[in-house]
Write a protein that binds this ligand. Structure first.
Ligand code: G3P
Ligand code: CA
Length: 296
């Protein structure tokens, strides 16, 4: 049953790519988005189950799938551009190794022109051959008419991102998230109005033991992330409980969980009362929401 709609969606994405506009209403600004009472459907690295992650086809597919938010990751290039990419290295999602040789090829050591000469689609499926790594600005331009972009900073300073968002009028047209809560604190100091999400759990230090208690979305973690300026905890689904969600809500905070790729787990998360579900397959989250509604 899933195959035909998915094929149609892929046809749209491949044929029309970034230029295809879904006939939908403009998304709310970030503060309004947080006031929506139903759980949000958040596409992880775009609709990364159907198209190569963190590319324009993946973002176009996510908007066609009706995602409330479209998540992406960014890094800085050697010449100061903000480029959309998950890993610090290019090996997994581009043809850099075949083209340039070597391994563990760091994006931060290459210029934007070099990075955009790579193929970021063929590794996923030959139909996406020729897909480039997008600039952060290109990605937000594509997503913004249809959904709120959830911008995850993987590397780089807060000031550069704040200045870019301010310059383009995108403060609070997006939500910004990071596992680095010092970055969030810096961002909050520069742009206190911007909605921020704190990703977790965060390991205490490289190589140190990481206990289940430290991974839990506990009242202490909620207090810490709120102090960093976040109004959302974006937490691993394995470490969120009914009590965590209740404690978060008592503090006026939202809870989003990552990464949920099946209907049964999505329904468990909905039962916990989470406010958003991050998924590689956004239509499955819509299905879980519909089933939960029918069960009421
Ligand atoms: O949005 C949550 C998720 O993106 C965090 O993990 O590794 O996919 O960036 P990761
Ligand atoms: Ca991410």
């Amino acid at each position: 049953m899933l195959i035909r709609p998915l094929s149609l969606l892929l046809c749209h994405v491949i044929l029309f790519g970034a230029s295809f506009a879904a006939a939908d209403t403009p998304p709310p600004a970030a503060p309004e988005l947080l006031r929506i009472t139903r759980p949000l459907v958040i596409a992880h690295r775009g609709y990364s189950g159907a198209a190569p992650e963190n590319t324009l086809p993946s973002f176009a597919a996510a908007t066609l799938a009706g995602a409330d938010m479209v998540e992406l990751d960014y890094h800085h290039t050697s010449d100061g551009a903000l480029v959309v990419l998950h890993d610090a290295t290019l090996d997994r999602t581009t043809d850099a190794r075949q083209r340039w040789g070597g391994e563990k090829i760091r994006a931060s050591e290459h210029t934007l022109a070099e990075l955009q000469s790579l193929d970021a689609g063929r590794w996923f499926d030959g139909r996406f051959a020729g897909t480039r790594l997008p600039l952060l600005t290109e990605a937000i331009e594509l997503i913004t008419p249809h959904a709120v972009t959830l911008v995850e900073r993987k590397a780089g300073d807060a000031r550069t991102c704040v200045e870019l968002l301010r310059h383009r009028g995108w403060i609070n047209r997006v939500v910004v998230q990071s596992f680095d809560w010092d970055y969030l604190r810096d961002f909050h100091a520069l742009a206190p109005e911007q909605v921020l999400a704190a990703l977790g759990p965060v390991a205490p230090a490289k190589g140190q033991p990481f206990t289940d208690a430290e991974k839990a979305l506990s009242p202490q973690q909620l207090d810490r992330l709120a102090a960093a300026g976040a109004s959302v905890a974006a937490w691993s689904r394995d470490h969120v409980t009914h009590d965590s969600v209740r404690e978060a809500h008592a503090r006026g905070l939202k809870v989003w969980v990552y990464t949920v790729n099946d209907v049964a787990t999505a329904r468990q998360m909905l039962d916990l009362g989470v406010d958003g579900i991050i998924s590689n397959h956004p239509p499955l989250i819509w299905k879980a929401l519909a089933l939960a509604l029918r069960a009421e």
